[in-house]
Design a protein around this ligand. Sequence first.
Ligand code: FEO
Length: 405
Amino acid sequence: MKKIELAENVYWVGAVDWVTRDFHGYSINGTTYNAYLIIDEKITLIDTVKRPYTSELLHRIRNIIDPAKIDYLVVNHVEMDHSGALPEIIEAIKPEKVFCSKMGHKALLQHFHQPDWPYHVVTPGEEVSLGKRTLSFLETRMLHWPDSMFTYLKEDEILFTSDAFGEHLATSERFDDEVNQDVLMHEATKYYANILTLYSPLVKKLLAKVQEMQLPIKMLAPDHGVVWRSNPGKIIEAYSRWCVHQGNGKALVIYDTMWESTKMMAKAIAEGLHEQGIEYKLLDLQVNHRSDVMTDVLESSAVVLGSSTLNNGMLPRMADFLMYMRGLRPTNKIGACFGSYGWSGEAVKMMNETLKEMNIILCHEGLKVQYVPEHAQLGTCVELGRTVGKTLKAFLAGEKVESVI
Ligand code: FEO
C-alpha cells in the first residue's frame, strides 16, 4: 500500500467511497473521508471516517505505524461521515487525549454517550506541542455545524479544514495538481452550493479572520476530496466570490410542467432573455437533480421559476426544489415566476412568496396562462423575459432595483 505523504511524517490515511450517490439529498458520484496522521513525539490522528470505512482507515494507519501508538486524536467535526469510526478507533488506540471544540464535546456526548473518553476541550488559539511540531485550533462554529473547527499544523503550514474547501470527489489521486481542474472546480462549486451557501456570511468572516491572522498556508487539507497542496489560493479565491453570492450575469429558467404549457412559457421567456443579450439556461426539474440546479443557482444572477398548478399548489418537483433552495438561501439575484393552470392557479403566488421570503428581487408580479398558451400569450411570456433581462442589466450596472411586489 502506497503511503500518501503531505509533508515529512504527515500522511493521508482516509478512505475513498466510490459507492455513495445520495448525500442527504445532494447527488454525488462518491466522495472521500479524509483523515491525517502526524508522526511526532505525540502521534496524532486528525479526524476519522464514516463507520463502514473504519477498517480501511486502520489498514492505512497500520501501513505507517501500529494504531495503538497513537497518542492524540483531533475531532474537527462530529458529523457521522467523519466520526462514525470513533468508537472503534478509540477502543483500538486508547488515546491519551481527544481534542475537540466546546460544542464538539457536547455533540460527541450526544452522539456516542461516552462521558469517559479523554476529552480535551480546546480554547480558540490554544497551542498543543506534539514534540517537533505544534498544533493550534481555530473555532469555525456553524461552518457548517456548531462543533466545527480547523486545526493548524504550524511548522508545516497545513490547515486541516474539516468540511470547508472540500469536494465530493472519488478519485485515485489525493492532491489538487493530480486531477482534472475543470472537474475539480465543478465539484468544488457543487459542494459549496449544496453545503455552504447558507453559511456564506460566516465564510466571509472566516476568510477575513484568516487574512487578519496572516496565517501562512502552504496546504489546505479538507475532510473531503483533494488536498490543495499546489494551489490553495485557487479555492480561497473561489470561496471569496461564492461567499458574497457574486453572480455571473446569467439567468436560469427553472421549471416543471404538467402538459407542456409551462414548458412552452419557459421557452418563450428564454427568447425574451436572449433578445436582451442575457445568456440563459433552461432547467427542467424532471431531468435535472435539485443539487445540480442549485450549483447553477449559486453562480447565476437571475432565477425565473415556472410550475403548473396541481391540486391548488405547485408541482411536487418544484416544491421539493424550492424547499431545498430556501434552506440554502442564495441571495443577490433577480427573480420572477410563471406557470399554466386549469381553474385556480395558486402555484405562481406560492413561488412568488417563497422567493420574496428569500429576499430575491421580484421584477414582475408573476405570469399565469390558463390551460394552453396561444401565440399572443407566448408574446407576453417573451415580454416577461425581456423585463427580467432589462432589470438584470440595470442590477448588474449597480442601479438600485426593488421588488415590484
Ligand atoms: Fe462531511 Fe459535515 O460532514
